[in-house]
Design a protein around this ligand. Structure first.
Ligand SMILES: Cc1cc2nc3c(=O)[nH]c(=O)nc-3n(C[C@H](O)[C@H](O)[C@H](O)COP(=O)(O)OP(=O)(O)OC[C@H]3O[C@@H](n4cnc5c(N)ncnc54)[C@H](O)[C@@H]3O)c2cc1C
Length: 301
């Protein structure tokens, strides 16, 4: 039988890398597994983070690399692999990955979330050809062009602000009559000269043949554009644990601040768990709390 670890951390974003820092400092025998070689955290999708204490303004990728370097400096073992299946037998978890398998007494599951789809015609067909979900990744291709951003939360407003510095014009479409984003972001958006806000506007279809060239609204109006960025929320990446732990109606793993789930030894941290505020700082906090819970759990088995 292979070695049994104290802990496997599934995911290397804000929650996972903080868990790794705390686990290394606790002397736990563990490994962190992340699917991406550059750590696929959602943080890398944002250019400016200006609400993480200690950093007035920091680039998203730079912040993740700082988290990564911190864990690395503590000799935290980290591998690139995809967690595909988790099972538990006789108190021991088996983590099956694309390239290997790990046995462990506890798991911190912190796989984050991914973008929600709008679910309209043209979205899948034109993906990568004028339709995208990551303004920071793809915004450059729309230099001096007109783009539409769909959504009304922090991500949509942040995307619109980012694109306003690159594009000729940004049109923000929101289906409600006001934005849900933080006040400071909304104020910045309202001050951006090349941003047009369109409320009560629901997308019916993304138009175009070879590439997106417009958006058809449910009202029947058509908006011409060169690209469409969709930012209408997130869905938790909880598929792998759905038969192990209780999920809420939206697919989030039910867990409180301690990270404890309905299954002994399985802890959930970050955006994938039920919580009020999904941010970098709260994901980091979860990571620290989960390692504390892991240590307490290991003392009892
Ligand atoms: C565009 C955008 C802008 C944002 N801006 C801000 C901001 O300004 N300030 C702020 O506080 N928050 C911001 N957020 C939210 C913030 O990024 C998240 O709350 C935070 O990253 C959550 O951390 P996490 O560790 O739960 O998930 P993530 O940071 O997303 O990390 C999850 C990790 O799990 C890995 N993973 C997933 N599935 C698997 C698998 N099967 N096997 C192995 N690894 C896997 C992924 O590769 C990833 O590295 C933003 C989010 C987005 C999308």
């Amino acid at each position: 039988m292979s070695e049994i670890l104290d802990l496997v951390i599934c995911g290397g974003g804000a929650a996972g890398l903080t868990s790794a820092v705390y686990a290394a400092r606790s002397g736990l025998d563990f490994v962190l597994i992340d699917i991406s070689s550059s750590m696929g955290s959602q943080i890398t999708q944002t250019s400016d983070v200006d609400n993480y204490t200690g950093f007035e303004k920091v680039n998203g990728m730079e912040l993740v690399m700082k988290f990564y370097e911190h864990a690395k400096a503590l000799n935290a073992p980290m591998v690139n692999d995809e967690v595909q299946e988790i099972t538990k037998e006789n108190g021991i978890f088996t983590i099956k990955c694309a390239q290997g398998e790990y046995k462990t007494r506890t798991v911190i599951y912190c796989s984050g979330a991914s973008h929600r789809e709008l679910g309209v015609k043209g979205e899948k067909e034109l993906l990568g050809r004028g339709v995208g979900y990551c303004a920071v990744c793809d915004g450059f291709f729309y230099r001096n062009k007109t783009v539409v951003v769909v959504g009304g939360g922090n991500t949509a407003v942040t995307d619109a602000l980012y694109l306003s510095k690159i594009c000729k014009k940004v049109i923000l479409l929101h289906r409600r009559d006001s934005l849900r984003a933080e006040k400071i972001l909304v104020e910045r958006l309202e001050n951006a000269e090349n941003v047009e806000l369109m409320f009560n506007s629901e997308v019916a279809e993304i138009l175009g043949e070879k590439g997106a060239d417009g958006v058809l609204l449910k009202s029947g109006d058509k908006i011409d554009c060169d690209g469409v960025f969709i930012a209408v929320g997130i869905v938790p990446r909880s598929e792998t644990v759905k038969s192990l732990a209780k999920l809420d109606n939206n697919g989030y793993i039910v867990a409180d601040e301690s990270g404890k789930t309905s299954l002994d030894g399985l802890f959930a941290a970050g955006d994938v768990r039920t919580k009020a505020l999904r941010q970098i700082i709260t994901a980091c906090s979860d990571g620290a709390n989960c390692v504390d819970s892991v240590n307490k759990f290991l003392d009892t088995v």
